[in-house]
Design a protein around this ligand. Structure first.
Ligand code: MLT
Length: 437
């Protein structure tokens, strides 16, 4: 057995420390014993943006960024996208195993039972301006659900946790659809619980006066696959927020709203909206070389390429490209796909991008599909938030049941003033609020 320790010599004191290595890592707290003298706080790891910091131990999602591997509870994303439904994958992420037929039946029935929104949520939504950004409406409405379900504060009660997790998973498509209908000035469409998760979402989005919505099966399956691909991604920015807010023992609705707020940023879930803007700016396949030159000259960013973890092709992007072909066979080819394919072709051959390991990520093609399906770009991030609610909740519950976890409270490296005092001029008797009236 290799000696699973790390020996560190502090050259300030010539003292040597031996730290245990567990799962290939050291505990940062073991660094605190390294002091220059008895009054010293001890050594911390300084790691802006947590580039090399593990905040938790998790069994939910595994990513190997160098090899372009993504697995949910050990299953390759490619197999899940090909052979499972989103609700099967949601069950897997939440429970650790794929459901049996009976478990799936009960799970689907339970989700269907909670798709309706409390009528006050509709009144809440009516308060938004018609052109309010759908993601802002989504975040606010999810947070407001905490007012409808005060029992959600019982975060140590497993049954209460699971009830509110199911409510959230069931209601986020309804919220998203209502936000979409509000932005168009259309009446809300109630859930139709005879339909699948994706079909019901499409029903609430697009049903008009027909008595029964009939989803195109190719489009419904494509949406289901897109939901599977976006369900979880280990400790991404929004999952980190979910864990951090949840660590204060806030309710799951408030924690999910916070996570969705993180997702709304253009560097995270908003990236697919930025990709569409970039493709619009490029305008045509012939303009791609000139745009690539501007990227290399640092004049513009190449959205949808590169990733903090993946230094290879994002496996989700590859599946999305396949799904795009299925959707375009129904909707007609989105001309932006030609621009995107040319951009990818040039980028994958150009040493500038290859050296920087900039490959297409999940956002590069997802927006093209969503646009072809009829979604406006400002809805794309909401389409990301729906499935990611499952991942956020799985991460949240794993954090709450981890005996090592407590309220998240990082340290800092202080760079401000040393102690200083008010000058005589600055000192004055605090005036009462009513003085000199
Ligand atoms: C995600 O799926 O959350 C994005 O790829 C961002 C990430 O994982 O950091």
């Amino acid at each position: 057995m290799a000696n699973e320790t790390l020996t560190i010599t502090d050259n300030r004191t010539r003292l040597t420390y031996t730290l245990p290595i567990t799962d290939g890592n050291i505990r940062s707290m073991d660094l605190r014993q390294i002091k220059k003298d008895a009054s010293d706080f001890g050594v911390m790891g300084y790691d802006p943006a947590f580039m090399n910091t593990a905040s938790c131990r998790s069994a939910i999602t595994f990513i190997d960024g160098d090899k372009g591997i993504l697995r949910y509870r050990g299953y390759p994303i490619e197999e899940l996208a090909e052979s499972c439904t989103f609700l099967q994958v949601a069950y897997l992420l939440l429970n650790g195993e794929l459901p049996t037929d009976n478990q799936l039946h009960d799970w689907e029935d339970s989700v269907r039972h909670h798709t309706m929104l409390h009528e006050t949520s509709k009144q809440f939504l009516e308060g938004f301006h018609h052109d309010a950004h759908p993601m802002s409406m989504f975040i606010s409405t999810v947070a407001a659900l905490a007012t409808v379900y005060p029992d959600s504060r019982n975060i140590h009660d497993a049954a209460a946790r699971r009830l509110n997790m199911t409510r959230l998973i069931a209601k986020v498509p309804t919220i998203a659809a209502y936000c979409y209908r509000h932005s168009l000035g259309y009446p809300y469409v109630y859930p139709d619980n005879e339909l699948s998760y994706a079909e019901n979402f499409m029903n609430m989005l697009w049903r008009m006066v027909e008595p029964k919505f009939r989803a195109n099966p190719v489009m419904a399956r494509a949406l289901d696959i897109l939901f599977i691909l976006h369900a979880d991604h280990e400790q991404n920015c929004s999952a980190n927020v979910m864990r951090s807010v949840g660590s204060s023992q806030a309710d799951p609705y408030s924690s999910t709203a916070a996570a969705a707020a993180a997702l709304s940023g253009p560097l995270h879930g908003g990236a697919n909206e930025e990709v569409l803007k970039m493709l619009d700016e490029i305008g045509s396949k012939d303009n791609v070389p000139a745009y690539v030159k501007k990227v290399k000259d640092g004049e513009v960013k190449l959205m949808g390429f590169g990733h903090r973890i993946y230094k290879n092709y994002d496996p989700r992007a590859r599946i999305i490209k396949w799904t795009a072909d299925q959707v375009f066979a129904v909707t007609g080819r989105n001309p932006k796909l030609d621009i995107a394919l040319e951009l990818e072709k040039i980028a994958l051959e150009d040493e500038y991008f290859v050296k920087r390991k900039l490959y297409p990520n999940v956002d590069f093609y997802s927006g093209i599909i969503y646009q072809a399906m009829g979604f406006k770009p400002d809805v794309f991030t909401v389409l990301f938030a729906i499935p990611r609610t499952v991942g956020w909740l799985a991460q949240w519950e794993e954090m709450l049941t981890d005996p090592e976890q407590k309220i998240a409270r990082p340290r800092q490296v202080y760079t401000g003033y040393a102690e200083r005092h008010l000058t005589t001029e600055q000192k004055s008797t605090p005036q009462s609020a009513t003085a000199n009236r």
